[in-house]
Ligand binder design. Structure first.
Ligand code: TXA
Ligand code: MG
Length: 341
């Protein structure tokens, strides 16, 4: 019942038409973007969109991002397009940036989770762009994971979560960025960062000036209607994640101490490292640069979970560049269990 289309060699127009037909019929198609895999449906078809929420087990008030392939589509989806939206789109689209604008009449409330605003992005992935063009529809797509689980960076992750539950999965290989898009609200002045992501905040501020950071980005989730996605549990594997932050050598010492302590309690311990080696039951080295760590983050969470560990100890990194997005995801995955050394 699920058609898996292999497009690892790149966009194939004949094959993409199969996915596009499903989208036009109101069905669900998972597809790669440069950030993570998305679970797509026709953004303007209320019933199709409702199926996304059902398949993911997603709360209906958590709105979806609409994916477009041409800038002009923004005018079909938003009632106002401020100058800053044009400037950001010109500079960063296609790319890992989502902008929030006032909702246009055509967009069903099912897509925006009942909000009067709409989130839009143009992904930098030829398969995603091809699917949008071939279906001639804007495509609403959350990350293609069961709600609360780590986002998928490989088609295998999507298969794990949705095989047999959706009509089509397009396999485009591993996603390049690995964390979701940066979400910025342009309906306020100054604009507000709602979710750090694949486009560093520093790059956005260099173009449009000061951006406020929503308090939930760094801290505990707060119950604010503006950023509904932030109040839910996220990225959590079955194992308990604990983040250890601080000066590198002390983090290393602390993790080694915790490995011993938990093993003495009979637990199986996994480590998500950023370069250093650890002797644990399971070990995943995410790499040393922010880019590598971002790319490997969700895969590490999923693989360590599959290895059956009880505890995952994760090294924190600095919150600059992509580090802001990485630490936001890690802390959420840990349910905010953070040890500072
Ligand atoms: O990179 C990405 O953005 C991926 C790929 C598939 O494009 N998509 C993604 O979607 O991460 P999702 O649904 O997992 O996350 C969408 C985020 C949520 O935090 C949601 O609350 C927020 O965007 N969002 C969507 N519409 C919004 C709106 N109108 N106002 C405020 N936040 C919104
Ligand atoms: Mg998501």
């Amino acid at each position: 019942m699920t058609v898996v289309i292999n497009m690892r060699e790149g966009l194939d127009w004949k094959k993409i038409k199969i996915g596009a037909r499903f989208i036009r019929e109101g069905k669900l198609v998972a597809f790669p973007t440069e950030t993570v895999y998305g679970l797509g449906a026709d953004a303007l078809n209320e019933n199709a969109v409702k199926r996304i929420f059902k398949a993911k087990g997603r709360p209906p008030d958590n709105p979806l991002i609409i994916h477009i392939a041409e800038f002009e589509q923004v005018y079909e989806l938003a009632s106002e397009v401020p100058e800053k939206a044009k400037i950001l789109a010109e500079k960063f689209w296609p790319g890992p940036l989502t902008i929030v604008l006032p909702k246009g009449d055509k967009v069903p409330y099912a897509t925006t989770g009942g909000l009067e605003t709409v989130a839009i992005r143009m992904p930098a992935n030829e398969i995603a762009l091809g699917l949008i063009k071939a279906s001639e529809r804007p495509i609403a797509a959350p990350s293609a994971n069961i709600s609360g689980k780590p986002s998928p960076t490989l088609a295998e992750h999507v298969v794990d979560d949705f095989y047999g539950k959706i009509e089509c999965i397009i396999d485009g290989g591993e996603t390049k960025v690995g964390v979701e898009s940066t979400v910025i609200d342009l309906t306020t002045d100054p604009p507000m960062l709602l979710r750090p992501g694949g486009l560093p905040l520093e790059e956005i501020e260099a173009v449009i000036g000061k951006v406020e950071i929503h308090p939930a980005v760094k801290g505990k989730p707060v119950n604010l209607a503006k950023a509904p996605g932030m109040k839910y549990k996220h990225y959590a594997p079955d194992a308990q994640v604990i983040v250890i932050e601080g000066e590198r050598e002390r983090v290393k010492e602390k993790i080694n101490e915790l490995i011993k302590r938990y093993k003495a309690q009979g637990m199986r311990v996994g480590v998500m490292a950023t370069g250093d080696f650890y002797k644990a039951d399971a070990y995943f080295n995410m790499g040393e640069s922010e880019e590598e760590i971002a790319r490997n983050l969700f895969k590490a969470l999923r693989e360590l979970d599959k290895s059956g560990v009880d505890i995952i100890l994760a090294e924190g990194i600095e919150e600059r560049g992509l580090g802001l997005a990485v630490m936001n995801r890690l802390r959420k995955a840990a349910g905010y269990r953070v040890i500072k050394v």
